[in-house]
Design a protein around this ligand. Structure first.
Ligand SMILES: Cc1cc2nc3c(=O)[nH]c(=O)nc-3n(C[C@H](O)[C@H](O)[C@H](O)COP(=O)(O)OP(=O)(O)OC[C@H]3O[C@@H](n4cnc5c(N)ncnc54)[C@H](O)[C@@H]3O)c2cc1C
Length: 385
């Protein structure tokens, strides 16, 4: 019996997981090294994700999607990340752009933009970060100023996952008069929207990460959610997104564990398989334990979300724990491989670089600890305690 803890998925979850496993084995994993080497965005894989209905799987059926649960979505992310972290980052970016609309979009917005994502795979990006405002999202300076009954959006967003590949952008901007933050839908093709810079990244090199320069007009109908409540919407979206990044982390960690364990039983040193040297075997024991624990946390968080619970606490803990467990897993994997683990094209060298951002995006580990620290304080200072 395999040692790693396995989630008990329902029929829906199993169907999606098996589909993702199949596509990953046939198409995504074989491309992983090439995408990393050439820093190439895999449009052909995006088409497969659309054709398999994975791109819009979280979109409700009433808007043309599959209405899949977050648990099923996370199972897909984990399988894809295990074979190709870059492709999993493309998958993870989809709900990040879609959830603001799902949570607070108008009926028209849902029909047209979520419908476009579900039917044609027209991606939406979550454009919050700026050079001067990453963790400190309340410091964003992109402005929204009234101009002839419309809104002029001015500023520059950066580090946008799927940036350039996405057609629509949920732009968080500060209203010039009230200074409150509001979310607006912006089309990449409209005048005054320019994407002219792509990051040269350490890992996830098969994804596009771009800037977004704005000097453009949008109508009131472009506002997503309640005017002035954009930050609340961003945080609600990130609360869900963090669960998906936990799934991505577990997928990368599992890939590192599989490779390292296989190597440890095959490689011999000092007359025995290196797994029988406790210093190596114990690393694998720790990896198996931590990956199982991370998986339990993320599945519990996803199921809680599917039951309608608030997952801002559990999802934050799952992302924090899973990303740091994945860090330890990829680090141990490189160590277990020794010299070859440090050299291309060994896959663990790539896992080591791909994993790193899971501790940075959708909330750095420090920011997540800050969120949890505040929750602890609130638990123990509320009047009922
Ligand atoms: C590949 C990639 C994809 C991304 N995709 C998107 C996307 O699609 N949309 C989007 O909007 N953004 C995206 N981002 C941006 C990402 O969310 C930010 O990089 C992240 O939030 C951190 O912000 P920062 O880089 O400005 O770091 P900073 O906020 O400058 O932080 C620097 C360091 O200081 C620490 N720090 C900051 N404040 C505190 C504090 N109060 N206490 C303790 N430590 C603190 C941080 O933890 C970090 O270690 C992406 C980034 C990358 C690399």
């Amino acid at each position: 019996m395999a040692l790693l803890w396995e989630p008990r998925l329902d029929d829906e979850g199993l169907r999606w997981r098996d589909l993702a496993r199949d596509l990953t084995a046939k198409y995504f994993a074989p491309l992983a090294a090439e995408l990393d080497r050439d820093q190439r965005y895999p449009w052909e894989s995006v088409k497969r994700l659309i054709d398999a209905k994975i791109a819009g799987m979280f979109v409700p059926k009433s808007y043309g999607g599959e209405g899949a649960s977050l648990t099923a979505f996370c199972s897909v992310v984990e399988e894809v990340a295990r074979g190709c972290a870059s492709t999993s980052a493309i998958v993870v970016a989809l709900p990040l752009g879609g959830f603001p609309l799902l949570l607070e979009g108008s009926e028209d917005q849902k029909q047209s933009y979520l419908g476009g994502l579900a039917r044609e795979g027209i991606a939406i990006n979550f454009a919050l970060s700026e050079r001067g405002a990453g963790s400190d999202i309340a410091a964003i300076e992109t402005s929204a100023t009234r101009e002839g009954g419309n809104w002029r959006l001015r500023g520059e967003k950066c580090w946008l996952g799927n940036g350039g590949a996405a057609r629509h952008y949920i732009v968080f901007a500060r209203e010039a008069e009230s200074r409150a933050i509001t979310a607006f839908l912006v089309d990449k093709e409209q005048p005054g929207v320019v994407i002219d810079f792509f990051e040269d990244k350490m890992g996830l090199r098969g994804t596009l990460t771009s800037n977004l320069k704005l000097d453009t007009l949008v109508e009131d109908s472009a506002i997503v959610g309640t005017p002035g409540k954009g930050l609340r919407l961003a945080l609600k979206t990130l609360a869900v997104g963090r669960v998906t990044v936990a799934a991505q982390s577990v997928g990368i960690a599992r890939a590192a564990y599989d490779a390292a364990a296989r190597h440890a039983v095959e490689r011999r040193a000092f007359g025995q398989a290196i797994i029988d040297h406790q210093a190596v075997g114990f690393k694998l024991a720790d990896m198996a334990t931590e990956i199982s624990a991370a998986r339990m946390m993320l599945h519990e968080a996803a199921q809680a979300y599917d039951r309608g619970a608030d997952v801002s606490g559990l999802g934050t803990m799952a992302k924090l724990y899973a990303s740091e467990a994945a860090h330890r897993a990829v680090d141990s994997a490189v160590q277990i491989f020794g010299g070859p683990g440090y050299v291309k094209p060994n896959a663990v060298e790539r896992y080591y670089r791909d994993q790193r951002v899971t501790e940075i995006y959708e909330g750095t580990s420090e920011v997540l600890r800050m969120v949890l620290m505040r929750a602890v304080r609130s638990d123990f200072t509320s009047p009922s305690k």
